[in-house]
Design a protein around this ligand. Structure first.
Ligand code: PMP
Length: 420
């Protein structure tokens, strides 16, 4: 029997699972319990319909046509930009560049801003809990410029060692790259404070918001960050679309990193001139339907309220944490004071992949592995973890299914209590 929970108080979120068609399909003959939201979220019917309607009613290429349909598609695309601006509370819509996702947004900053701003001996500070997509682009940039990486250590509870961060900051620091919420630990990092400290030494800050935008209210003006990157598919939107926020006074002076149609002002074989921002960074036909779907996804979460979603997911997290801690032989990796709805753990005697496979047979989808954060796994001396990550449609029942699946796995492996 489970203890009574406070989930019943979250009326605006409860019942939303019905909006997500995939959640009613069985998997492995069982009800699908989808707890792999850190990897990607499922899509509500509102998003699926918006994309379908775009292709049925509005499809044309943007920015180039004189005909009505092209203008209509352009309006929808630019409306999507305005929606992203409102999601992040950016000051101007020109500060929003559409990309394929977080990864492309970070690469854009590295190879546009970074290539011209960095030189030999400059320093980039990253943290020990970054996703590979906020490590490898900077390594590539260091190879080209002679800049060097510095890394903020992670404590045993999965928090950033802020004293080390302060000590690393200095006159050579050009950029700090930090994840807002760790995909592997759930830690919510003190990004506002980190940005304030970085600005004191004149460094720019890029925040990787891949795990944040769907789970809390983000305000780039309040954070005062220089760059903020996110992916639509982790925000109930389509894959292949995301955005970079870049402060206007930085973005307007950045050079293109990809060339092609739509990003130019004039072209001749002698010399080309470039469009204003943000078009300068959107070469070629973009993912127009993706923008329309992303727009619908943002409207969906804004209608519920990101603060409401955050509070609900905090309830899920505390209930699941309490239940998990009662199981013998389970160690949580990531016990920070401020966490989002992500539970990473290892179970004595069972490899995370075996755990994932047994849970899958119960219809419970979790992720097992290094979560694209190999340096972090090395820090904890483990090859990987099992990770359950929550979204607005998860329920107490889902947590119960996870716990029951874990008990079953322990029983199968002979590592847990054998008598229940
Ligand atoms: N950063 C973090 C913290 C992530 O969780 C992810 C996705 N797992 C990424 C970056 C990369 O996002 P994408 O693959 O959508 O570009």
């Amino acid at each position: 029997m489970n203890a009574p929970t406070i989930l019943g108080t979250h009326a605006p979120v409860l019942g939303r699972a019905a909006d997500f068609p995939i959640l009613s399909r069985p998997v492995q003959g069982r009800r699908l319990v989808y707890l792999d939201n850190g990897a990607t979220t499922q899509k509500p019917i509102q998003v699926i319909e918006a994309e379908r309607q775009f292709y049925e009613q509005s499809n044309a290429n943007i920015h180039r046509g004189v005909h009505w349909l092209s203008q209509h598609a352009t309006d929808l695309y630019e409306q999507g930009r305005e929606r992203v601006r409102s999601l992040l509370n950016a000051a101007r819509h020109e500060e929003i560049v559409f990309t394929r996702g977080t990864t492309e947004a970070i690469n854009l900053v590295a190879f546009s801003w970074g290539l011209s701003a960095l030189k030999q001996g400059d320093e980039i500070i990253l943290t020990g809990m970054e996703h590979h997509s906020n490590i490898v682009p900077w390594q590539l940039l260091c190879e080209r410029t002679g800049a060097v990486l510095r890394v903020v250590p992670v404590t045993d509870s999965g928090e950033l060692d802020m004293d080390s961060y302060r000590a690393l900051l200095g006159s050579r620091t050009r950029l700090v790259g930090v994840t807002h919420i760790s995909n592997a630990l759930g830690t919510i990092n003190p990004v506002a404070e980190m940005i304030r400290l970085a600005h004191e030494v004149g460094a720019k800050v890029l925040v990787d918001g891949a795990q944040a935008v769907a789970h809390e209210v983000v305000d780039v003006q309040a954070l005062d960050c220089d760059f903020y990157a996110f992916s639509g598919h982790k925000l109930y939107g389509p894959t292949g679309i995301g955005a970079l926020y870049a402060r206007y006074d930085i973005l307007k002076d950045m050079q293109p990193w990809q060339g092609g149609g739509d990003m130019i002002h004039t072209v001749s074989f002698e010399r080309s001139t470039y469009a204003d921002v943000p078009q300068r960074f959107e070469a070629g036909t973009p993912n127009i339907a993706g923008v329309v779907g992303l727009d619908a996804a943002i409207r969906y979460v804004q209608e519920i309220g990101l603060d409401v979603i955050a509070a609900y997911e905090q309830s899920l997290l505390s209930i699941a944490t309490a239940q998990l801690e009662q199981l013998p032989g389970i160690r949580l990796i990531g016990t920070a004071a401020h966490k989002a709805g992500i539970l990473s753990f290892v179970v004595d005697g069972i490899h995370p992949h075996d755990l994932g496979t047994i849970l899958d047979m119960e219809g419970v989808a979790i992720r097992a592995g290094h979560h694209c954060a190999m340096p972090l796994m090395t820090r904890f001396g483990i090859p990987g973890t099992a990770r359950a990550s929550f979204a607005l449609y998860n329920t107490q029942e889902d947590i119960d299914a996870l716990i029951a699946g874990l008990r079953k796995a322990q029983k199968l492996f002979g590592t847990g209590p054998q008598d229940d």
